[in-house]
Write a protein that binds this ligand. Structure first.
Ligand SMILES: Nc1ncnc2c1ncn2[C@@H]1O[C@H](COP(=O)(O)OP(=O)(O)OP(=O)(O)O)[C@@H](O)[C@H]1O
Length: 311
């Protein structure tokens, strides 16, 4: 068991309501120093509402939340001084230059001019934006703006960095650059807490994660553990020349552990996909195409909720 001193962030029965609506429904979690912890779930699952409470920008409705052993209700400023907060939408000042965006933020945290300049130069290097330091923000690419937002959220050398959907809207190459930066940050000892609805992002970055749906946590573990617990090693994907793939579910029933019917394909869960495929053919069932792949967190989510993560 980890030492409790290693727990930087913990929640018990954490709840957020908006009027009659419960966005976060009594969740428990704990984040250890140095790990990357994720909230994975579809839009509306309550991830941002949770992050906003953790970031001390939205009051807790119920339950207990502690960061560094402190209570956001009474110690908000002390907590915020040790947090970096990277919100879902970039809130950069587009009129200012890249480096000015960092300077202003540093001054806001009470750093001296000298400290701000030194720190900004380091962070621009980290964000691979040194060459763009004097440029205005507005023409930067989406990936650059995201990296600048992350750099800005690091100006106070936070112990925990909160990232709400860090790569939403970025192209695949920009996502990979960002993942690389986040890996480096983690290696340097910063604890990362992020939300995502991309299962590949959760698999790539998170040491541990919770799967959220309708304001609740439906599973928790490392990506590997979750896949082991809630899926099979492999998945056989079968596509048929049919409007209704459900009609084929009976024909392959009993092969592997489980069948899921999606609008455009059948997913047959089996530890050995090739063996399952041979059994399908042996029954005289001829799909248009068949593909064997490893299970992913998408399969975990589908098993837990009966829905796909990204509709
Ligand atoms: N200020 C608010 N007032 C009323 N309802 C809200 C408010 N903020 C969020 N909600 C509702 O709470 C639910 C959870 O939203 P939240 O943004 O936390 O989900 P999410 O998992 O982060 O999804 P997304 O990726 O879309 O941000 C949604 O149904 C949303 O409409």
């Amino acid at each position: 068991m980890p030492d409790t001193d290693d727990i930087l962030l913990s929640a018990r029965g954490l709840t957020k309501t908006f009027g009659e609506f419960t966005a976060v429904d009594g969740i428990d979690f704990a984040v250890r120093r140095g790990e990357c912890f994720g909230f994975l779930g579809p839009n509306g699952a309550g991830k941002s509402s949770t992050m906003r409470m953790v970031g001390c920008v939205s009051p807790v409705t119920g339950g207990e939340l502690r960061l560094f052993g402190l209570d956001p209700a009474t110690d908000g400023p002390a907590i915020r001084a040790r947090l970096g907060n990277c919100p879902q939408r970039d809130t950069l000042d587009e009129e200012l230059s890249v480096e000015e965006n960092l300077w202003i933020y540093g001054r806001y945290f009470g750093l001296s001019r000298k400290e701000v300049k030194e720190r900004a130069a380091e962070l621009l290097d980290f964000a691979q934006l040194t060459e763009r330091a004097k440029d205005k923000v507005e023409p930067l690419s989406g990936g650059m703006k995201r990296r600048l937002t992350i750099a800005r959220s690091l100006i106070n050398a936070p112990e925990i960095l909160l990232l709400d959907e860090p790569t939403t809207g970025l192209d695949p190459q920009a996502r990979h650059v960002l993942w690389d930066r986040l890996f480096r940050l983690k290696r340097s000892g910063v604890t990362l807490v992020l939300t995502t609805h991309y299962m590949d992002e959760a698999e790539q970055l998170c040491d541990r994660l919770v799967v959220m749906d309708h304001g609740r946590i439906v599973a928790e573990g490392s990506p590997r553990q979750l896949i082991d617990d809630y899926s099979t090693r492999e998945v056989l994907e079968l596509r048929f020349d049919a409007e209704d793939h459900g009609a084929y579910a009976d024909k392959v029933a009993g092969i592997g552990e489980r069948v899921e019917v999606l609008p455009d394909r059948l997913l047959l869960y089996a530890d050995n996909g090739d063996e399952a495929s041979a059994q399908v053919h042996a029954r005289g069932v001829e799909p248009l195409s068949s593909l064997v792949r490893r299970s992913t967190l998408e399969d975990v989510f589908l098993h837990l909720t009966g829905r796909t993560l990204v509709d």
